[in-house]
Design a protein around this ligand. Structure first.
Ligand code: ZN
Ligand code: ZN
Length: 243
């Protein structure tokens, strides 16, 4: 049985037409791990299942396009079909539990996320088990926001997911020798980024891929208005890949 990746949503910080924002479902032998849960992801998951059953969700960082649909996930668990489902584990970065309590105090109630998810905090570079996969979060530079990428291994396969990242050695290390590197390519050109870098151009994503020794590259988090050269694999919502 292979590991399957479904691109639930792959829009950048603003949605592509009709698109959902970041959400990547990794599955093997019935185990389901969702990497990020941006706006539009829950609606997409509900197109195939009345309420999604996932074992674990892991969030790279607290920019809204990577976690925003955890909010309606809470309401659907409190008042909707999610009531019937076991609570997924929710992995967030160090200090993320407190961050969620702060968001909760402004958006509903302080403990709203802990009432819906089994909230856990990962540590930089320390592998943890989520949905039966071995996941390692690696700290990445992304403007000044605490941000991580994920390396996921299981069933003899491996993938890396950049989340959002500036060009960096840490990103190359995250993707070292994986079967599939899902890498953001938000920018038309690197020099259009802020002085403190936060994202990659397609050329910078390719450079990180080539330096990493990863076997396959899937570009993502890219505005539709910035097409990529033919021959490059570009994510689209609904894309399914087997590793
Ligand atoms: Zn993003
Ligand atoms: Zn971001």
């Amino acid at each position: 049985m292979k590991v399957r990746l479904t691109v639930v949503g792959c829009s950048p910080a603003w949605p592509n037409p009709g698109g959902a924002q970041s959400g990547y479902l990794v599955e093997a032998q019935g185990r389901r791990l969702l990497l990020d849960c941006g706006p539009g992801v829950l609606a997409r998951l509900r197109e195939v299942e009345s309420w999604p059953t996932v074992d674990a969700i892991a969030i790279t960082h607290f920019h809204l396009d990577h976690w925003g649909d955890l909010v309606p996930w809470v309401w659907g668990t409190a008042f909707g079909l999610g009531r019937e489902r076991p609570r997924p584990a929710l992995w967030v970065h160090p200090g993320g539990r407190e961050r969620l309590r702060d968001f909760g105090s402004r958006l509903g109630r302080e403990a709203m996320f802990e009432g819906c998810f089994e909230v856990e905090e990962y540590a930089d570079g320390v592998p943890f088990a989520a949905a039966g996969f071995e996941v390692t979060a690696g700290r990445l530079p992304h403007y000044r926001l605490e941000t991580y990428g994920f390396r996921v291994a299981g069933d003899g396969r491996s993938l890396a997911y950049s989340g959002d990242s500036a060009p960096s050695e840490e990103l190359v290390d995250l993707a070292r020798d994986v079967d599939l590197f899902v890498c953001e390519a938000t920018l038309e050109r690197g020099e259009l980024d802020g002085r403190t870098r936060g994202h990659l151009s397609a050329a910078e994503a390719i450079a990180a891929f080539e330096a990493s020794g990863a076997r396959r590259l899937l570009l993502t988090h890219r505005p539709q208005e910035l097409p990529v050269d033919g021959g490059l694999d570009l994510a689209h919502d609904g894309l399914v890949l087997e590793l």
